[in-house]
Design a protein around this ligand. Sequence first.
Ligand SMILES: NC(=O)c1ccc[n+]([C@@H]2O[C@H](COP(=O)([O-])OP(=O)(O)OC[C@H]3O[C@@H](n4cnc5c(N)ncnc54)[C@H](OP(=O)(O)O)[C@@H]3O)[C@@H](O)[C@H]2O)c1
Length: 258
Amino acid sequence: MGSKTVGIIGGTGWLGRATAQAALDTGFIEPARLIISNRSGGVAFAPNVTLLSDNQQLVGLSDVVVLSVRPEQFRVLEIDARGKTVVSLMAGVSAAAIRATTGAEVVIRAMPNAAVEIRQSFTPWYSAASLPEHDRQWVQQLFECVGAAGEVPDEHCIDYLSALSGTGPAFPALLYTALANQAAAAGIPQDIAWRAAQAVIVGGGQMLASRDPTQMLDSLMAYRGVTAAALQSLTEQNFEAMVGKAVQEGAEVARRGM
Ligand SMILES: NC(=O)c1ccc[n+]([C@@H]2O[C@H](COP(=O)([O-])OP(=O)(O)OC[C@H]3O[C@@H](n4cnc5c(N)ncnc54)[C@H](OP(=O)(O)O)[C@@H]3O)[C@@H](O)[C@H]2O)c1
């Protein structure tokens, strides 16, 4: 797809805009080959990028159409994308539904997350049609503009990963607030409780960027002290199974459709 024109429907939203901006900043897409659309109008966020309100006009001008609207907004979107490649960022909308609604034969589903903002998303993607190698590379490179990316073998993976990759900072945010609230409840001053929890989640997360988490756990458990006691308590309460169930429940929503 080398120098193809890309149209992003919903290109001013959270994911669409961050992806477009990263693709421009890295030089992956030239501004003149990027078209975005939304309903509310305004000005495009970069010079020479075209902003349209007519989605069918965007489709007509694009080789690749990226769907970055919410699932409920997709239900009322009427586009004929026959002959185009459609890349959907939507959770809970199947490739079959996208194909049936848009007429596109080549439908790719990708699941970036809010970390596109800092270009740290891991974006799994799946193509429902067989893609030539250079097109596969193009899709991979598009999502590498916002972090790392990997092709998955089937759509089940995308639905499952919607509740994992797609959640972005949600799980760390939950642990962060739980640690802070519980510390405050145990009598630690509020500001210290939040700063302590932040250091564990953010600082600890940065360390894990270059360390193996299993080895890290093994080394910390080896002290047989405070950390080991806290981790052992979570293990006895079936922490891993709870996490698995939570992700499965999210994935079920993605599979059922939204
Ligand atoms: N945010 C995440 O962390 C995340 C993670 C994984 C997957 N996703 C998926 O990514 C998709 C986009 O999410 P988001 O968070 O970026 O949503 P968002 O910030 O609400 O962006 C949606 C965009 O779509 C535009 N839009 C809505 N209806 C439109 C229409 N008929 N024609 C053209 N533009 C239209 C909106 O602009 P106007 O209101 O001006 O039309 C807005 O710019 C969703 O389907 C979601 O499932 C999001």
